[in-house]
Write a protein that binds this ligand. Structure first.
Ligand code: MSP
Length: 519
């Protein structure tokens, strides 16, 4: 694998990030970190989607300019991703100058090629979706089914993109590439939607929408959100209609584009059509994740149950985001909806990260200090069934990642920890020490420490800080590539002293967690 390029959806900036937005960025960061353990050239793109009528209206209500609103809110997304250790390579804002210029060129090229034409139009526009809706998609009361708002009747002369021209080619691509849309079950949904697609409006009259990218050579139209937003995936890496950059040539097509299930249509129909019109290859995979609910309800401002990711860190006094990252990523198989609840969060991370994983490392190192003054002797190094299982887990985890099964890969790591805990219980090194079977005792402890090196490497994408702390106590070099990872990493000689041993994750016992567990 010579490169791995992955992207997230770019978030609207008419509010602050919530844990639904965070879920997607965490998943993508975990995929990025996993592939950075397999390849040197990983590029991870995220950002914000800043144009459109919603921003224009919100800014007007607040008495500030749209750009001021975008600056304020884009910063909130950046701050949240920092707190969650989302290690992206570029944060693109659709107001960035390089993006704006390239979008204008893309639009111009599509007009010149006849893929975009002007047409007078009347339609029902939902500013929540930032798109025109068909009458048949509305609820019985004539509302947008997602936003439960009445769409606005808009009559305008707009530019249209000839989506219908690419219908057959897209159907063919989806059928011939069953792993283009992940999870596979969503492909049928898309094929159904393709049945009655029409050409789509790609501009708005400036008299109605001023906050958009200007169409070159037409003062009356601004480019409407989706063509602007979707193009970010190529503008961010230096695509240009005449002179694409070396970086673009190296990175495109993306290996995976991570998005929520609600915007799959835009990514598996509109986006491929735009790319086909530009004569560019399609991304290898579109990964549509499910939605995160709160205590089993949809997150919404009107219910008042919107949770900011930084609030979870604050409420539980978390110094690092690792527990939250781990919980979110393993909350549901990718593609299915997941749920967040304080109780479940506390219970799961206490069980998996503190009791099982952290405690296993802690007591093994403590026994090594107690019985051997922290020293690993050469006769302690053996090859056994447990090490074979651990080594095999590396391939199992890699395979899951190749299918973007992030939760399942996480479960495999937990399972390895459980197997190893059982191995310790079954072999009772404390009893062996009492019976003065010191070599056997040392072999058990060293085996566990070897497994923990592998565990730290595998858990790193989910819990980078915990993994680094584990690796430090094991004197294990975490920068190793997974393909070079053996079950022989513990060096002989003094490994650790009593003072250097500490828990890698403390149980969560914040007030909020206690309160919610009493509910
Ligand atoms: N701006 C568009 C995307 C353009 S991509 C070229 C958009 N923005 S959004 O802010 O509404 O959503 C951004 C991402 O967050 C989407 O992938 C969406 O599915 C995801 N989520 C928003 N709420 C979510 C949950 N409650 N749960 C999980 N993901 C959710 O759509």
């Amino acid at each position: 694998m010579d490169k791995f390029y992955l992207t997230t959806a770019i978030d609207y900036v008419n509010g602050a990030p919530h844990i639904g937005h965070a879920y997607e960025k965490i998943l993508t960061d975990i995929i990025a970190r996993h592939y950075s353990q397999r390849c040197d050239n990983v590029f991870f793109l995220t950002g914000t989607d800043e144009h459109g009528i919603k921003i224009q209206k919100t800014a007007a209500e607040k008495g500030i300019t749209p750009k001021e609103l975008c600056d304020e809110n884009a910063q909130k997304f950046k701050d949240a991703w920092k707190a969650l250790d989302i290690d992206y390579n570029r944060f693109i804002r659709t107001t960035d100058e390089d993006h704006v210029k390239t979008v204008q060129k893309i639009f111009k090229k599509l007009v010149e090629n006849g893929d975009i034409y002007k047409h007078s139009y009347q339609g029902l526009y939902c500013s929540g979706c930032e798109c025109f809706l068909n009458e048949k998609d509305l609820t019985e009361d004539g509302l947008c089914p997602d936003h439960l708002k009445k769409p606005e009747l808009v009559t305008e002369e707009n530019y249209f993109f000839r989506l219908t021209k690419y219908k057959d080619a897209i159907i063919k691509h989806i059928k011939e590439n069953p792993d283009f849309i992940i999870p596979e079950f969503r492909a049928n949904e898309v094929l159904n939607q393709l049945e009655d697609i029409q050409d789509i409006s790609v501009s708005r009259a400036k008299s109605n929408v001023q906050w958009g990218i200007d169409v070159l050579d037409d003062d009356e139209q601004s480019i409407y959100v989706w063509i602007d937003a979707l193009s970010n995936y190529i503008t961010a890496i230096g695509y240009d209609t005449e002179n694409p950059s070396e970086q673009y040539k190296k990175l495109w097509p993306a290996n995976v584009q991570v998005i929520g299930k609600d915007i799959l249509k835009f990514h598996s129909i509109y986006w491929p059509a735009i790319l086909m019109a530009l004569d560019l290859p399609l991304p290898k995979h579109i990964l549509a994740h499910g939605w995160i609910t709160i205590d089993q309800s949809k997150m919404s401002k009107s219910i008042g149950n919107v949770i900011a990711p930084t609030d979870v860190l604050k409420n539980f006094n978390l110094e690092y985001p690792d527990a939250f990252r781990y919980y979110m990523a393993t909350s549901a198989p990718c593609g299915r909806d997941g749920n967040y609840s304080d109780d479940d969060f506390k219970e799961k991370v206490n069980a998996h990260l503190a009791n099982s994983m952290g405690n296993l490392l802690n007591r093994t190192l403590s026994m090594l200090v107690k019985y051997f003054d922290g020293e690993v002797k050469s006769e302690f190094k053996v090859n056994n069934e447990i090490l074979k299982i651990a080594k095999n887990k590396i391939d199992i985890v890699k395979n899951h990642f190749d299918n973007f099964e992030i939760a399942e890969a996480g479960q495999e790591i937990t399972n390895l920890v459980d197997i190893t805990n059982k191995y310790v219980t079954d072999n009772a090194p404390w009893t062996l020490a009492k019976e003065e079977k010191m070599t056997e005792c040392g072999q058990i402890l060293t085996t566990v420490l070897e497994v923990m090196c592998i565990v730290s490497a595998l858990i790193y994408p989910y819990c980078p800080n915990i993994a680094k702390d584990m690796a430090k106590q094991l004197s294990f070099d975490l920068s190793i590539k997974l393909d070079d990872l053996t079950a022989d990493n513990i060096k002989t000689g003094k490994l650790i002293s009593k003072e250097e041993i500490h828990p890698v994750f403390l149980r969560l016992d914040s007030e909020l967690a206690d309160k919610s567990s009493k509910k």
